[in-house]
Design a protein around this ligand. Sequence first.
Ligand SMILES: Cc1ncc(COP(=O)(O)O)c(C=O)c1O
Length: 397
Amino acid sequence: MQDKRTGLIHHPYTPPEGFAAPQPGVYKASTVFFPSVAAMRSREWKDKTGYTYGLHGTPTSYLLEERIATLEGGAQCLLVPSGLAAIATVALSLLKSGDEVLIPDNAYGPSKALANGELKDWGITHQCYDPMDPQDLARRIGPRTKLVWLEAAGSVTLEFPDLREQLRICRAAGVLCALDNTWGAGLAFNAFDLGAGPGVDISIHALTKYPSGGGDVLMGSIVTRDPQLHIRLKLTHMRLGLGVGMNDVEAVLRALPSLVLRYREHDRTARALARWCQDRPELAQVLHPVLPGSPGHAHWQALCGTEEGKAAGLFSVIFHERYSAAQVDAFCDALRLFKLGYSWGGPTSLVVPYELAGMRQGWPAHLARGTLVRFSTGLEAVEDLQADLAQALAALN
Ligand SMILES: Cc1ncc(COP(=O)(O)O)c(C=O)c1O
């Protein structure tokens, strides 16, 4: 198979007759014209052989869908206005009153909030399972379980689960599996082919992060390999009226050719800083799957290998309990290059302090006690970022 660096640049595209250029054209429309009433009546929006209405796609969005599906090793893709909209669309499409969904306890917070909010109101129950204990997942699967969410690595605490075993358990129970693949971005591992055992049924991806790469676009994708599952999701997508703007699609198309290089650079910087943090006396724990001793390191290594470009640019630290939450806030305030801001995958390094106690069912035994801070590495020089961390730690002391 072609290297993804090459594939993302030489992905098939037929430009208008007599015109070829590095970037594809940008086609915008709400209305699409039909040559006749007969054509209008016969046009089928569910496949990509034609166009019916802007909400169902233009040549520009079809192209991004193809490229994201290829990137992730899937066959079909739906674009939605955000990563969270991708999570919500999957839930609304596949769950009905009386069903249950299982969510890893370290899942992206708003995914849990959706389960505690609208899903609960609509009679859909959920349980959070221990992402580091596949048997806990197995025990919680029951006759009402219709969907299991997976996340690798988990949000904020970055534990890397035994994805293969989790999938094997779900497949044995006949339950659909959806992965939040934002961290892996289609580069750290292939969600649809994990090398041993089954792959996922659905991969959602916050294109907001690495594929956009600019910190200025919100978009999500839902990738599948099964055409019937895709159509089921697409019907919900259509009924909810979830369109994306073509200027945003263009921005992501423009950023995709540099995705592999950027992801590797984010990864390289995060590894270097996480290793540097390990020697700092202020910190009780550094969380990053590439670090031996970090929860799930062995699972990450078995699935992704160890080379750079196989992990996202995220790591978290837990300050020793002797530092109050207010002192840790002051440390974050003292950072100059790391900006206070949510999200990740853009050029600017970001930092967020988290109150872990309210985010988990209990304090996991594998996490040190103390205040947690998550860093997302941007594309700045690693030496400058390290100096920034050092000066903020010095200010803390
Ligand atoms: C793991 C994960 N999934 C999904 C999302 C949602 O993406 P968006 O911000 O595009 O809604 C985020 C955003 O931070 C995330 O971290």
